[in-house]
Design a binder for this molecule. Structure first.
Ligand code: AMP
Ligand code: MG
Length: 696
């Protein structure tokens, strides 16, 4: 099933909502090839009907095939049509409503019509909730007042949707019944207008250029909530239009492959996962050249390698709305704007007495009005000029009050308050929006959310934020000689130091760890392990087997992928790194030596994984500290020395041996000696990176 464009319409049963875009109105959005246009606000049904016909006519004239989704029940529960019009033909029922519904921007007859329909059924109901002041014959105000009308409460599709409402309920929060009555006539007229060009899914074969389908915009509420458009209805139509337009023909065909009954079906009901996939698609895979580096005898400078990563890497995880409770440590996937100003209204910063400032230098004596303002319980009346009111911290300032005197600075009788001035106008009061204003961008995409951010987001009225899913990082050791710590080891074996060390390191970067175990030096076994890892990891760190020797199976396997680059970095400790994509999953083939593995992970994997997780490119900044050592190095290679600070002087680990893992424990960070030749004397300032500075 393929459509060139998707038009999504959020319907409404209410009256005209005025010229300024507001919620709970009709909103529509067109998307083509997965890209949504700006959502359109339609102030009433008459405007909407004309707009929809115009839009469909334009799209048809351009030769497009269009799916039109309405958030509106296309049918009533089983048995309704048969009893009302003597036929179970749902589309004939639409015409029946079209003949009887009277609609204008300011009034309509939906409650009266519902009462008239009820009169044709036995008992009381099925329609209920008269939203008008006047009583309507046969239309109960309460659902519990209904009895013996003989119809099911919901359709099968409604039962498949958690939280769905019955079309019998005409009013009240969340009710859909009113908009159904007010929508079916419009659908009926659309059918008449477009004739054989239009079919209604699933009642008719969806083979025409225009296909109408019922949908339901709350199938994936969290994604809607995380959408940046401040009006929920607008966010819904935008998300659904781009999502259904994004969906592959196969998935859409599967979703539309339902058995037609007179009750119809809701497009996407029970298919939240498919919708989610289409609405929040995984980003495109990294390109084969993302690790490309000059090959051969040339040694690439560290900065060149980092610049290449920065230029070629991007997020590899899908976006995922997160509640504030789960958002800490995640990366923001989009800018966030304040939903509300903070503070929302001017209020008192202290406990005291509010009045219209300023107050003069002499003793001020103001009569008190009766009552008080407290946080959450504002004083509802204006305070007359020259009067004061008791006010508590956080209370909104009543009209006529802009200044507060601290209670400790006053003396109070039953009827008046006196204090020494002067007091500036606005003293001890907070202005509305002085902290944040509604609509202001308060956080930017790529930021890792901190506890402070969460406080700010909550204060700004944001309950759900667009974030990236956690990056799943697989950690794999390679080598026949390796045994996990805690198990017996024979003479030829050593303990696997890298896997637990790298896991702890990456956990410190707040990614999700997937322990992939150890691979023997066996190409087929390693291949099978990588195949499996690629199904459940977003990135993979291996250690060992990364050079170009006979037992270097990581590089040998990656070499067959078309994405492989053997990195020869002008850096110590270093050895080659085997970089590549395994089934689109980036693999960092780190050296086997624990010191080299850790330093290469800190320098290259840390910023790279951060970007893959959706974060901004960010490297730690060094602190300059005096050297407590002497060291001479040649030009053409950067060196990272295991270092520790003693009295703010950097000492270095006595041995530079790359296998000396104890030096990693001894050290508190790394000293970086730049690429040129260098002779460091005690007291010279050198750049020092505390290990903790990589945990960004
Ligand atoms: P390779 O790169 O596989 O040649 O390994 C280089 C050196 O690092 C060898 O001495 C390996 O035994 C050692 N090595 C490799 N992997 C680990 C590991 N996971 N833990 C400790 N040492 C390792
Ligand atoms: Mg090995």
């Amino acid at each position: 099933m393929r459509f060139d464009s998707v038009l999504m319409v959020d319907w409404s049963g209410g009256n005209d909502r005025g010229p300024t875009p507001v919620k709970d109105a009709i909103w529509a959005c067109v998307a083509t090839d997965g890209k949504a246009q700006d959502p359109v606000y339609l102030r009433n049904r008459q405007v909407a009907e004309v707009w929809i016909i115009d839009m469909l006519t334009t799209l048809r004239a351009a030769g497009q095939r269009v799916l039109v989704g309405f958030d509106l029940c296309f049918a009533y529960p089983d048995g309704f049509a048969t009893q009302l019009i003597g036929s179970e033909d749902t589309l004939a029922l639409w015409d029946w409503f079209a003949e009887r519904v009277k609609d204008s921007p300011t009034e309509n007859n939906r409650f009266d019509l519902a009462g008239q329909i009820n009169a044709r059924f036995p008992g009381v109901g099925p329609f209920w909730f008269n939203g008008l002041k006047r009583d309507i014959p046969d239309l109960p105000r309460k659902g519990t007042a209904r009895a013996d009308h003989g119809l099911p409460e919901k359709r099968a599709a409604d039962l498949a949707i958690p939280g769905s409402f019955s079309p019998w309920q005409l009013a009240g929060a969340g009710a859909v019944g009113g908009q159904v009555i007010m929508g079916l006539p419009v659908l009926s007229r659309l059918r008449k207008h477009f004739g054989g060009d239009l079919s209604v899914w699933p009642f008719e074969a969806a083979e025409t250029p225009i296909v109408l389908a019922e949908t339901y915009f709350s199938l994936i509420p969290d994604l809607v909530q995380a959408h940046p458009h401040p009006v929920r209805d607008a966010a819904q139509v935008t998300l659904y239009a781009s999502g259904f337009s994004n969906m592959t023909a196969e998935v859409l065909s599967r979703l539309m492959d339902v058995t037609a009954t007179p009750e119809g079906w809701v497009l996407g009901a029970g298919e939240a996962a498919a919708l989610r996939q289409a609405l929040a698609p995984a980003p495109p895979p990294l390109t084969n050249d993302c690790f490309a580096m000059p090959q051969g005898a040339y040694w690439t400078p560290v900065d060149d390698a980092l610049a290449h990563l920065q230029a070629h890497l991007g997020p590899v995880v899908a976006t995922d709305p997160s509640t504030l409770a789960a958002a800490s440590g995640r990366f923001l996937a989009a800018d966030v704007t304040a939903a509300r100003s903070h503070p929302p209204a001017p209020n008192a910063a202290v406990d005291g007495y509010g009045f219209a400032g300023p107050a003069g230098e002499e003793v001020n004596n103001l009569p008190l009005v009766a009552g008080r303002g407290a946080a959450g319980v504002p004083y509802p009346h204006p305070v007359p000029s020259g009067h004061a009111i008791r006010i508590l911290t956080g209370a909104n300032l009543p009209k006529g009050v802009d200044t507060v005197v601290l209670q400790e600075d006053t003396s109070v009788t039953d009827h008046s308050v006196s204090f020494h001035g002067p007091l500036k106008r606005g003293a001890n009061a907070r202005n509305a929006g002085e902290d944040m204003t509604a609509g202001q961008t308060i956080l930017s995409a790529g930021r890792r959310i901190t506890p402070g951010d969460i406080g700010m987001l909550a204060a700004a009225g944001i309950g759900t934020v667009p974030t990236y899913q956690p990056l799943r990082v697989g950690i794999l050791s390679t080598g026949d000689e390796l045994v996990p710590a805690g198990q017996p080891a024979s003479a030829g074996q050593i303990y696997d130091a890298n896997r637990p060390m790298l896991a702890a390191l990456v956990a410190g970067w707040q990614h999700q760890i997937i322990d992939l175990g150890r691979a023997a030096d066996d190409r087929d076994k390693l291949r099978a392990m990588l195949d499996d890892a690629a199904t459940r990891c977003d990135a993979i760190l291996t250690s060992g087997g990364a050079s170009a020797g006979a037992e270097d199976h990581v590089s040998a396997l990656l070499a067959g992928t078309g994405s492989f680059a053997l990195w020869r970095i002008a850096m110590k400790p270093g050895r080659p790194l085997a970089m590549g994509l395994w089934r689109d999953v980036p693999v960092f083939g780190l050296p086997g030596n624990p010191v080299a593995a850790m330093v290469c992970a800190l320098i290259f994997a840390q910023p790279a994984l951060r970007v893959m997780a959706g974060g901004a490119w960010q490297r730690p900044a060094p602190v300059m500290v005096p050297a407590g050592f002497t060291k001479t190095k040649k030009a053409g290679r950067r060196e990272y020395l295991r270092a520790r600070l003693t009295n703010n002087v950097a000492e270095i680990f006595p041995s530079e041996g790359s296998g000396r893992v104890s030096g990693l424990s001894w050290a508190t960070g790394l000293v970086e000696l730049g690429d040129p030749a260098l002779s460091v004397q005690p007291g010279d300032l050198v750049p020092y990176y505390p290990f903790s500075s990589f945990d960004t």
